[in-house]
Design a protein around this ligand. Structure first.
Ligand code: PBG
Length: 327
């Protein structure tokens, strides 16, 4: 063995390990996804069966979550709404009195600028068939959907949203939303696009949480979400979204797509966000509850890998727990 091959010198104690450590996860890099459900009583929240520790919230327990996030140094939340009424056009998504505009106004009233409010823009929680856009038989109607997303984005901006996050994966939606926001005086509202969203089995538990399984039309979202076997299109998707005006691009899920995160972070000069999705959370949670994994260690290692791949922002249901560990 050569004398200079002793790697252990740099690992022997926590001081030297700290000195050579290269990546850090800070609460300032985290966003907490939150579900708000219309029709729950004040003070009520319902635990999501496949996501222990994650809840569908009423307006006031939602504000409590936002307050806790703020106190832990988490700069932003991202909201998902579950409406009482669903129809073919997902009209509750862009109802000015709908659950998301009401939730935004409530958070802004109680917390003002102390937390950034991002809103997922999609129709799947709002359509009775459960798809992200209107459908005609087995066809997803891309172009018809753009106007509906733009209307939703405008209502969320009017209610006070700081960030609009389109997650539908229809072509042209970032440009359509940017135009709608700009034309109505919301030039400073940020667009964080789900630029590279794979058609993933890891969204399963989210569909419980958001009550967005499908009942009609195609059996999957493969006609618009990305094929896991493809990498080239990820670059093109990101390129197009940036051209159309995305300020932040997101990759989703995170852990199975670290290569994609790395590529976009190296290639583009916009912040890259990564979404550690419901299934990633559920996997860790389930193993931890069985005593098969050390939850804290596995959680921290997962988010560190996402940071190391190059994500600046990490959306994770573990945001509060991570922030507590870091403190
Ligand atoms: C809405 C949307 C989904 C997720 C975020 N926004 C579900 C889907 O596309 O099926 C998934 C998030 C998660 O799994 O945590 N389109």
């Amino acid at each position: 063995m050569y004398p200079n091959t002793r790697m252990r010198r740099l690992r022997n104690n926590h001081r030297i390990r700290g000195m050579v450590s290269e990546y850090h996860v800070r609460p300032a890099n985290l966003m907490l996804p939150l579900f708000v459900k219309e029709g729950l009583d004040e003070g009520e929240k319902a635990e999501v069966q496949s996501m222990p520790g994650v809840y569908q919230h009423s307006l006031d327990t939602l504000v409590t979550e936002c307050r806790e996030a703020r106190d832990l140094g988490i700069p932003g939340v991202i909201l998902f709404g579950i409406p009482k009424m669903k129809d073919a056009q997902g009209s509750e998504a862009y109802n000015p009195q709908g659950i998301i505009p009401r939730a935004i106004r409530r958070i802004k009233k109680e917390l003002g600028d102390e937390i950034l409010v991002a809103c997922d823009v999609c129709l799947c929680e709002y359509t009775d068939h459960g798809h992200c856009a209107p459908i005609d038989g087995d066809q997803i109607l891309n172009d018809e959907a753009l106007e509906l997303y733009s209307k939703a984005a405008l209502e969320y901006a009017r209610a006070g949203a700081d960030i609009i996050a389109p997650s539908d994966m229809m072509d042209g939606r970032v440009g359509a939303i940017r135009r709608m926001l700009d034309d109505n005086g919301f030039k400073d509202v940020i667009i964080m696009s789900y630029a590279v969203k794979y058609a993933s089995a890891f969204y399963g538990p989210f569909r419980d949480a958001a009550e967005s399984g499908f009942s009609d039309g195609p059996d999957d979202r493969k006609s618009h979400q990305m094929d896991p076997s493809n990498f080239t299109q990820a670059v093109r998707e990101a390129e197009l979204d940036i051209k159309e005006g995305a300020d932040i691009i997101m990759v989703k899920p995170a852990l199975p797509y670290l290569d994609v995160i790395k590529e976009l972070a190296d290639r583009f000069h916009v912040p890259v966000a990564a979404y550690q999705v419901s299934g990633e959370y559920a996997m860790l949670k389930a193993a931890a509850l069985k005593g098969w994994l050390d939850e804290k260690e596995a959680m921290m290692e997962s988010v560190m890998s996402i940071r190391r791949a190059g994500a600046t922002i990490i959306l994770t249901y573990y945001a509060k727990e991570i922030a507590r560990v870091i403190e």
